[in-house]
Design a protein around this ligand. Sequence first.
Ligand code: PFF
Length: 447
Amino acid sequence: MSQREQWSSKLGFILAAAGSAIGLGAIWKFPYTAGQNGGGAFFLIFILFTLLLGLPLLLAEFSIGRTAQSNAVDSYRKIAPNSKWHWVGILGMITSFILLSFYSVIGGWIVVYLFKALTGQMNGLTSDQYAEVFGATISSPLTSVFVQFLFILMTIIVVAKGIQKGIELASKIMMPALFILFFILVIRAVTLDGAMEGIIFLLQPDFSKVTSQTILEAMGQSFFTLSVGVSVMVTYSSYLPKSQSLPRSAFSIVGMNIFIVLLAGLAIFPAVFAFDLEPGAGPVLLFNVLPTVFSQLPFGMLFFIAFLILFLFAALTSAFSMLEIIVSVISKGDAALRKKWSWIIGLAIFICGVPSALSFGILSDVVLFDKTIFDLADFAVSNVLLPIGALLIALFVPARMKKTALYEELKLGSGLKKGLFEAWFILIRYVAPILIIAVMLDGLGLF
Ligand code: PFF
């Protein structure tokens, strides 16, 4: 058997793991979920969950992956042989499958906008006209399914080629570029007339709007943006050499993520209020707001095109990780199998995702538990499957891994202080399970 691939550099790993983390979650999902849940209070609770649960869980996934040096399922098998724990990895594969089936719908929307911007169809409209054009596009069955297919096709092609060449290379240029462009966008947004109201909406917590549902959504959002609970990070860290520091990588990923969530909020909400749009508009929010903000910039369309390319890239690097986790389990490091299964799984995900794409058009009346098919898939992943995955990982680590060995693993390359390690262990062992169970039971109305 050939030697397992490894990341060619530490930066390569951080960029790829950050690439999985930073994507539609921070840029598209955060603004619309915050918009539906009252803004500031949601933002604050989201940050708390990210630091208290997301960060420790990310580190837990890293330690599992690098200890076992295997894929998402075999890692659990290796650490806990002859047990049922590998089902945590299988659950992750199922979650990832559903996740990519609706994630690709939004990825497709970016492709549509890019096409329209490149062909000059987006010039000089009013914000209402942008919303109208967008609404018409995503409700067209043919267009929405076709662009969803294109997005999945791009994902398949990269994953089929294998981890190093595919993912690492492009991340090095695209991620920093995305940060810079976002920065320009924020400056424009916060200097719009009437921007202050949006800044207040995002940064001033109003706890009267907080319900148990809000808390569940904020927890789901924090797992979603960090790609935690799916064992994606188990898979990625299994490719990382022992010389790299896991805590440092986790901190930088969480830091970047919080930063980009803040940038996304500061780019969107000031504009929402300045242009008198509806913050609770749902999944279409970002797509309705962005073109108007860009149209207020000199060379706006050029910036918009650059932004869409980077945004598409951010979405793709997350999508790669979703397909990668499934394919790496099935192909077990064999290049020919990787190619074949990338196509089979990718196409199966596309087929299962079609109803989600259609739920903004001809299937918009199909409603279950008060939700469209798209909303239901999103809710099931973010607020049920990710928390359950995260809970199981939090239970697995103290139950099946030796504390001393964990400390040694986390200390490699960083010299992690014992006190910090103890704090992390307490968070994983006690705080995470109790909090996740309580928030889920409460948010789902089960007690
Ligand atoms: N973190 C990604 C995002 O914010 O867009 C979404 C995601 C990717 C979640 C991979 C879970 C996952 F396993």
